[in-house]
Design a protein around this ligand. Sequence first.
Ligand code: DGL
Length: 269
Amino acid sequence: MSTTSDRGPIGVFDSGLGGLTVLRSMIDVLPQEPLIYFGDTARFPYGPKPPDEVLKYAIEIGDMLIDRGARAIVVACNSAAAAALDVLKERLSVPVLGVIEPGMVAAARVTRSGRVGVIGTVGTIASGAYERAAAALDTDLELTCTPCPGFVEFVEAGDVDSEQVHVLAERLLAPLTSVSVDTLVLGCTHYPLLARTIGDVMGPNVTLVSSADETAAAVSALLGSPSPDASRPPGDHKFLTSGDVETFRRLGERFLGPEVHAVEQWTWS
Ligand code: DGL
């Protein structure tokens, strides 16, 4: 009989550590699934890079994860999904999911007024990917999308609630507070770690949507993963980084928790 562990792992990738917020939800929802995570920390960040460059990186990573036996790919990076999801879906022979559509679906479900905000990196917002995802849903959403350059750097520095990050958030989020959105999609892997500051600025009537849980649920539905079953052993989790292994392990715990072990170095040839 085939069990999840005789099937290949689900490959998950991001420009660095942020995608571990998505992996966290996947481990919680799919504890028995084997997972392989690639963080392209040597080429981080993707957000400010031109879309062609991010596309090239995403293709290399997708091919590498398939070579390592992945039976599905989760693009756990908004900037990479914005630049590469359609190409990866066509190119790869396995199911490919991104974080953008699940985030938009969740926002459409929770909004009461239909006025939804989206924040992301410069690359994600410039791509128009969230507008396309909203248009694909059969609902009347009024979308306001705005980039938040600087947020990722604060999170990377471990600063999620200082006066400086608060001041930056007030400035960057002003286009959203001024149009009274009632729902805000955190369209970047790093932003869930800033949820308290973002929530303070947006106020208590705005629901923050992180695509991590929604993506994990979409993966489970797509792959027909069995429900968690405490009598079965947990899935094997492997981590690869193109950057420094020790830094990945140390900082990875901030995003994922204690499960970051067996980190392997990956070098692009
Ligand atoms: N992972 C990226 C994203 O979700 C944020 C960090 C980066 O710029 O690479 O857009």
